[in-house]
Design a protein around this ligand. Structure first.
Ligand SMILES: [Zn+2]
Length: 429
C-alpha cells in the first residue's frame, strides 16, 4: 500500500458527544426522579417570564419535593440574552446558592443562560474570562460543572445538545459565545407536550432553524479536511462525520413528513412530536459537526434589525427571530456551496422533498427551500425584513466576524462571496 497520496498532516479522528436524552410526552414529569439519582438536594430552575406563565417550570419544581429536593424558580431569563442578563442570573444564583444542580425550562436563551450560570457558579472569574477570543479570554473551566437538565419548550435551537452559549456583549455590540465541552447539558428532557402552544409563526421560524442545522452540518466540510489536531486542540465542532451525517439525514426525513403540518395544524400531536424529534436529532448532528454560512449571516441579520415585527412573537420589540434570520440566506448559501459536494446537496433535496420535480443541479436545493418557505410564510428575503442594497456591506462585516462558523463552510468564504450571497438574498422569489 502506498501512503504517498495521503498527507500525514490531515485529520483522521473525529469525536462525538451528546447529553443523556429522555424523549416523549410526559418526560418532563420525571425530572424529580432523574435528579434524585444524582443525590442532589437543592435545585435552581431557570426560565423566562413568558414560559413561567405557562406553569411548566413551577410544576417541574414542585414535583421535585416528593424526592426531598428543594427547588426554587428564577424567572428572570432574558430572551436573546446579553452579558448583563447573564450577569444578573449569575448574581442571583451566587447569592441564593450553592445549588447542587440546574434545570433550564425554555428556549435556547434559557438553556444558554443556565449553561453560563452553571459555569460561573462552579468556577472562578467573570464572564469575560470565558467568552470566546478575541472578545473574551477563552479560558477553559478548571473545575467540573454541576448537573444541568435542559428542557426545551421551543423546538429548534438544539441548545439542549450543544456545548455553547450565545450572548450579546452590549458595550461592544457584538454577538459571541462561550464554547466548551463541559457546558453541554447532562440530560436533555424533550417533552413534545410542552411545545403544543407554539404559534404558527414561531413553529415556522424554529423549524427553519432545525432544517438549517441539519443542512449546514450535512454540508459542512469533512472532519478529514482539517489539519491533524493534538488532543488539547480538539473542539466540539469537528466537521461533518459519519455519525453527524446520520442524525442530519434522519432530521431531514422527519421534517419532510411533519414541518408543513406542524405549522398549518399546530394541534396535531404527531406532527409536534416529529418536529421535536427532528430538532433533537439535528441538534445531535450539528452539536458535533458545526454549522456554517447561513448561521454566520444570521448574526448580523438578527442583530441589526430596525423595524421588523414578525407574526407570533411579542410585539414590543423589533426582531428577526433566529430561525428566520438563518433561513433568509440559506437558499443562496446552498446554491453557492453546491460545487463542494453535489451529491450531498441533491441527497438533501431528495430527503426534504421526495416528490419535488427539480433538475439535478445547483438549483435543486434552493428550489426545495424556497417552496417550503413560501408555504409556511417565511418572508421572501432580506428586503422583506427591512434590509436593502445599502445594508449589504454592513451585513458582510457582521458575518465575517463569525470566523468560527465560516471555518466550517465546505469552501473558503471571502467577503465577496458573502456579499454575493447576501445580495442575491434580498428578494428570493
Ligand atoms: Zn440555529
Amino acid at each position: 500500500m502506498t501512503s504517498g497520496a495521503v498527507s500525514v498532516r490531515s485529520e483522521t479522528v473525529f469525536t462525538y458527544g451528546a447529553p443523556g436524552l429522555k424523549f416523549g410526552t410526559g418526560a418532563s414529569d420525571e425530572i424529580g426522579y432523574d435528579l434524585s439519582q444524582y443525590a442532589v438536594k437543592r435545585v435552581l430552575v431557570l426560565t423566562d417570564p413568558r414560559v413561567a406563565a405557562t406553569g411548566h417550570p413551577q410544576r417541574i419544581a414542585e414535583q421535585m419535593a416528593q424526592f426531598g429536593i428543594e427547588a426554587r424558580v428564577f424567572t428572570g431569563v432574558h430572551v436573546e440574552p446579553t452579558d448583563e442578563s447573564f450577569e444578573a442570573a449569575i448574581a442571583f444564583a451566587r447569592e441564593t446558592g450553592p445549588w447542587d444542580a440546574y434545570v433550564a425550562v425554555g428556549g435556547g436563551s434559557t438553556i444558554d443562560t443556565a449553561k453560563a450560570v452553571n459555569l460561573l457558579t462552579t468556577n472562578d472569574g467573570d464572564l469575560m474570562d470565558y467568552i470566546n477570543a478575541p472578545v473574551g479570554r477563552a479560558r477553559a473551566p478548571q473545575h467540573p460543572l454541576k448537573p444541568l437538565v435542559a428542557v426545551p419548550t421551543t423546538t429548534g435551537t438544539g441548545a439542549e445538545s450543544t456545548t455553547i452559549c450565545v450572548l450579546d456583549v452590549l458595550a461592544l455590540k457584538v454577538k459571541t459565545g462561550i464554547s466548551h465541552v463541559r457546558l453541554r447539558p447532562t440530560l436533555a428532557v424533550v417533552d413534545p407536550a410542552l411545545t403544543m402552544t407554539q404559534p404558527a409563526g414561531v413553529t415556522a421560524a424554529a423549524g427553519m432553524d432545525i432544517l438549517c442545522h441539519a443542512l449546514e452540518s450535512y454540508t459542512a466540510r469533512s472532519y478529514t479536511s482539517y489539519d491533524r489536531k493534538s488532543p488539547e486542540q480538539r473542539v466540539p465542532y469537528c466537521g461533518a462525520n459519519p455519525i453527524s451525517d446520520l442524525w442530519s439525514e434522519q432530521a431531514m426525513s422527519l421534517l419532510a413528513g411533519s414541518f408543513r403540518r406542524a405549522v398549518h395544524h399546530g394541534n396535531d400531536p404527531q406532527a409536534r412530536e416529529q418536529m421535536a424529534l427532528a430538532a433533537t436529532m439535528a441538534g445531535l448532528g450539528f452539536g458535533n459537526a458545526g454549522v456554517h454560512i447561513p448561521h454566520a449571516n444570521a448574526y448580523p441579520i438578527a442583530g441589526r434589525v430596525r423595524d421588523f415585527h414578525p407574526a407570533g412573537y411579542p410585539d414590543d420589540e423589533a426582531m428577526v427571530p433566529h430561525g428566520m434570520a438563518v433561513s433568509l440566506t440559506a437558499p443562496e448559501a446552498f446554491r453557492w456551496t453546491f460545487s463542494s459536494s453535489p451529491e450531498r446537496h441533491l441527497r438533501a433535496a431528495a430527503l426534504l422533498a421526495p416528490d419535488h420535480g427539480y433538475d439535478a443541479g445547483p438549483d435543486a436545493l434552493p428550489a426545495v427551500l424556497a417552496d417550503l418557505m413560501r408555504d409556511i410564510e417565511i418572508p421572501n428575503g432580506l428586503g422583506a425584513v427591512g434590509y436593502g442594497e445599502d445594508d449589504v456591506d454592513d451585513l458582510v462585516e457582521g458575518a465575517m466576524k463569525q470566523q468560527r462558523l465560516l471555518a466550517t463552510a465546505p469552501r473558503e468564504v471571502t467577503e465577496e462571496d458573502v456579499a454575493g450571497i447576501l445580495g442575491r438574498s434580498l428578494e428570493l422569489w
